[in-house]
Design a protein around this ligand. Structure first.
Ligand SMILES: [Ca+2]
Ligand SMILES: [Ca+2]
Ligand SMILES: [Ca+2]
Length: 247
């Protein structure tokens, strides 16, 4: 079972209005063998796994593995790749995800970023081989949602992400927003086995999540720093979210 909880979003210091009601959530997180955690989180998001636009239930997943070779390894990955609105483009690119970074670029790798951080080849792993994902010039990736195949802004109830090589219990977080209001920040657990994967997924039954800010590590993958507890380099693989909708 996931960890159900409530979080007080903001203390109302001097205001005379009613305090902000607690936010209900279900957290699913873990490291090591993630299979049970993913089964649990997929069930929370709902079935089926949607592969085409015009859906109202179920979930979406992005494993980066369908990204073409021309957009893999150079710093040219367009953050709206999985929200194409072009009728001529295949349905597989219409998943309603738009990612941006305050850094310089987004990058998809099929070689575990070994061309960037040579010493990390045996630490970064693809959960779904061969491709993984990371921001450059920053550790932050901001994710928003659209009705798949359109530019219509949408929200989700839940979002989860698999990380590779979390060494520091405070380096890697996922923060959820409803409009400008933070619904909470959740930490990824440190890696616990040779595969090195960690997962964080949170579902908010009463809220409309419009933005998910992922902080993967506390030093950018291309910082030139060696991976350490202090300068923890982390990459991402699979994303999971329920069908983006106008609620
Ligand atoms: Ca993958
Ligand atoms: Ca490491
Ligand atoms: Ca690391």
């Amino acid at each position: 079972m996931g960890l159900a909880g409530i979080a007080l979003v903001s203390a109302c210091k001097d205001c005379k209005d009613e305090p902000t009601p607690p936010v209900r959530f279900t957290l699913v997180s873990g490291s090591g063998d993630l299979s049970g955690k993913l089964t649990e989180f997929r069930a929370l998001l709902g079935d089926p796994l949607n592969l085409t636009p015009d859906q109202t239930t179920g979930r979406r997943e992005v494993n980066w593995d369908g990204v073409p070779a021309t957009l893999t390894n150079p710093n040219v990955f367009p953050g709206d790749f999985f929200n194409s609105t072009d009728p001529a483009v295949a349905a597989g690119r219409k998943r309603g995800l738009v990612s941006t970074t305050p850094g310089t670029d987004l990058r998809v790798s099929n070689i575990d970023f070994t061309d960037v951080v040579a010493s990390e080849g045996n630490q970064f792993n693809a959960f779904s081989p061969p491709r993984t994902f990371a921001p450059f010039g920053s550790t932050i990736t901001e994710n928003t949602f659209r009705v798949p195949g359109t530019n219509i802004e949408a929200t989700v109830k839940g979002f989860g992400v698999i990380f590779s090589d979390v060494d520091n219990a405070n380096s890697t977080t996922v923060e959820f927003f409803e409009g400008n209001k933070s619904l909470g920040t959740f930490k990824a657990p440190v890696r616990t086995d040779d595969a090195g994967f960690s997962f964080v997924g949170v579902l908010f039954p009463d809220n409309k999540v419009s933005k998910v800010v992922v902080k993967s590590g506390n030093a950018a993958v291309n910082s030139g720093l060696a991976d350490s507890w202090q300068n923890d380099l982390v990459v991402m693989d699979d994303f999971f979210y329920d069908e983006p909708k106008v609620n």
